[in-house]
Design a protein around this ligand. Structure first.
Ligand code: PLP
Length: 369
């Protein structure tokens, strides 16, 4: 039934604007294969065999609830990062934490300074908490503008969001730029750095944003990372937040549902962290495939944005949406940025060599027409 706004007064005012939720769906028959999936920034390789074994071993125990704070993997990450284990919070993917961070920081009408274009989930989250969003345009290479973000802060701002490397461009901030944020965002504003593509940035020689915040920031901060991308575990749904204090981690736990992370996910994460060689191989193969895709796009006359991640974006000479639809009919999935002012931009997640070949051949064909 198509309800009029008047009849949905029982829904919170800001959510009345959300008329149709658009979840990510698979194409018909997709799970059986035969589709080049290059739209979700997934890892095209399977998880480490050690991860698969850990999940199998843990499966027999799922009659029991897991430990509510992922103690073993929290301790492991604590040893790796220096963040105390009780200041690490877990999410059903880092997506869940994005929402939770907004929830603990922003009351209706409070200001959020955030970059754009940026991963579209942020817009939904800001809407849910009824934030007053101050959007700061990215720089020409698609990286977020740290100076613009700080300049945009006003007295009512509670949260400043930076994403590095950024999605949908793939460009990262330098160590100096993250330091600038660390030192110039006031102490009464929560500085949130989304590092979903952190491992790719490090492999490309980029900075460790967390370390910079630990060393340089006096005020509050939170960094999110994920097992979805570099550890090839998108389907396990596991992300984490590293926080500057237990004030933040306690607030995050208060808004997170109990047992939001499965026992399988924690076992998988430990095994993934153990298999350092496999993680390195993923990085090497990703970098090689990225170079091939970038070169292929250049050969089509396009100018891909600089990316250190597992995806590459470029502007087409024509609007992207119809091209994306046409590719779908050829069983190739890529993304369109779909943002005002960026209607011609596509984003292609890296796949296997045959995926790269397929998308380049299809684009050549479509753009010729
Ligand atoms: C910038 C950014 N942050 C967070 C996420 C969330 O990933 P996940 O929920 O799988 O951890 C994504 C996913 O694409 C992303 O691009």
């Amino acid at each position: 039934m198509d309800e009029t706004p008047l009849s949905i007064g029982y829904i919170r005012r800001n959510l009345q604007r959300v008329r149709k939720w658009n979840p990510t769906r698979m194409l018909a028959g997709e799970q059986e294969g035969g589709v080049h999936r290059m739209d979700l920034n997934e890892c095209p390789f399977p998880p480490s065999p050690r991860v698969v074994k850990a999940i199998q071993d843990a499966a027999i125990k799922v009659n029991r609830y897991p430990d509510g704070v992922c103690p073993e993997v929290s301790e492991r990450l604590s040893a790796m990062t220096g963040v105390p284990a009780d200041q690490i919070c877990w999410g059903t993917g880092s997506s869940e934490l994005v929402g939770n961070i907004a929830m603990i920081s922003v009351s209706p009408g409070d200001g959020v300074v955030a970059p754009g274009p940026v991963w579209r989930r942020f817009a939904n989250v800001f809407n849910v908490v009824d934030a007053r969003v101050i959007r700061v345009a990215n720089r020409a290479d698609g990286s977020v503008d740290p100076y613009g973000l700080v300049d945009a802060l006003d007295a009512g701002t509670k949260l400043l969001v930076a994403v590095s490397p950024n999605n949908p461009s793939g460009a990262m901030l330098s160590a100096e730029e993250i330091t600038y944020l660390a030192e110039n965002v006031p102490d009464d504003v929560l500085l949130y750095l989304d590092e979903a593509y952190f491992e790719f940035a490090r492999f490309a020689g980029g900075p460790d944003g967390l370390k910079i915040l630990q060393e340089k920031r006096r005020g509050p901060w939170v960094v999110t990372r994920t097992f979805s991308k570099a550890y090839a575990m998108a389907g396990m749904r596991l992300g984490y937040a590293l926080t500057s204090s237990d004030v933040i981690s306690n607030a995050l736990r208060a808004v997170t549902s109990t047992f939001n992370v499965t026992a399988l996910a924690e076992a998988a994460a430990l095994a993934a962290l153990d298999d350092v060689d496999y993680a390195r191989e993923i990085q090497e193969r990703t970098a090689a495939e990225r170079a091939r895709l970038v070169e292929g796009l250049r050969n089509l006359g396009l100018e891909p944005l600089p990316s250190v991640t597992n995806f590459v974006s470029a502007a087409l000479p024509v609007p992207a949406a119809p091209v994306v639809e046409e590719l779908k009919t050829r069983r190739i999935r890529i993304g369109a940025w779909g943002e005002e002012g960026f209607e011609n931009f596509i984003r292609i997640s890296l796949g296997l060599p045959e995926d790269t070949d397929a998308v380049l051949a299809a684009l050549r064909d479509i753009l010729k027409k």
